[in-house]
Design a protein around this ligand. Structure first.
Ligand SMILES: *[C@@H]1O[C@H](CO)[C@@H](O)[C@H](O)[C@H]1NC(C)=O
Ligand SMILES: *[C@@H]1O[C@H](CO)[C@@H](O)[C@H](O)[C@H]1NC(C)=O
Length: 237
């Protein structure tokens, strides 16, 4: 009698344990699939540019990977795990050819020390790992390098180095031109960084104008401008 109830107890504990494991696997892995399977690519009739297959591009924004100063380790762990699963599931299910992150990749890039920056970049690369034939393009946001008055060559260059972007660049894929612009350098006050970026944009504009005249540096299509937008209530101080 005693032996049986003991067996029962173990059976119950085991079932409970198994249920917890199942719930854990469902909530931490599987739930992302039904959520992302609800999304699909829009049907394109493709008659505007004959012969060129459509480009599958995914746009993300404001990932705000928490930093060493204001981020709590548990908050970081949860958010980054969820971001990683969501991103990896989306790559598997939707198979985009390009992914854009429209600024504010990091929360504290504007003030992080070289060591904290390295750590943030390492975690970013882990979360957003992707196949080599998929392009991941990051656009500079105010949390990555600071607003116009906080921006420095040092912070700008460390971002540009890691993400292989510049403050003004054209990325072309399947006949689509994307113009990437660093919004913080669009202050128009002729600060050295602003002036440099404006000059670069001028050259890109010339190159695009030439491609309209079929001089072929870029495909002949209207460029899509990507930059970070600030809402009116954001203060720069
Ligand atoms: C960086 O971007 C340029 C295009 O602007 C590309 O030619 C080069 O291969 C890229 N480098 C790396 C390491 O991805
Ligand atoms: C390119 O063409 C547009 C429209 O014709 C013009 O406004 C712009 O100034 C041109 N850019 C350059 C750099 O010449």
């Amino acid at each position: 009698m005693h032996g049986l109830s003991c067996k029962c107890k173990w059976g119950l504990t085991f079932t409970l344990f198994l249920s917890v494991i199942c719930v854990f696997i469902f909530c931490e892995y599987l739930i992302y699939y039904p959520a992302i399977l609800r999304c699909s690519w829009p049907k394109l009739n493709g008659d505007s540019r004959k012969g060129v297959p459509p480009l599958r591009a995914l746009f993300l924004s404001d990932t705000h990977l928490l930093g060493a100063v204001k981020g709590h380790w548990f908050d970081k762990l949860r958010r980054e795990w969820q971001m990683e699963r969501a991103f990896q599931t989306a790559l598997g299910v939707l198979q985009p050819e390009m992914v854009f992150i429209l600024g504010d990749i990091f929360d504290e890039g504007k003030w992080s020390s070289p060591k904290d920056w390295e750590d943030d970049v390492r975690r970013f690369k882990q979360i957003f790992r992707h196949p080599r034939d998929m392009e991941l393009i990051a656009i500079i946001g105010n949390h990555d390098i600071g607003f116009h008055h906080e921006m420095s060559w040092y912070k700008l260059e460390r971002f540009e180095r890691v993400f292989n972007v510049t403050s003004a660049r054209i990325v072309t894929n399947k006949g689509v031109n994307f113009v990437l612009v660093n919004s913080m350098a669009m202050h128009g006050d002729r600060c050295p960084i602003c002036e440099h970026v404006e000059n670069e944009l001028y050259s890109l504009s010339q190159a695009l104008n030439c491609s309209v005249l079929d001089m072929q540096q870029f495909p002949r299509s209207a460029p899509i401008i990507l930059q970070v937008q600030f809402s009116a209530c954001l203060q720069s101080d």
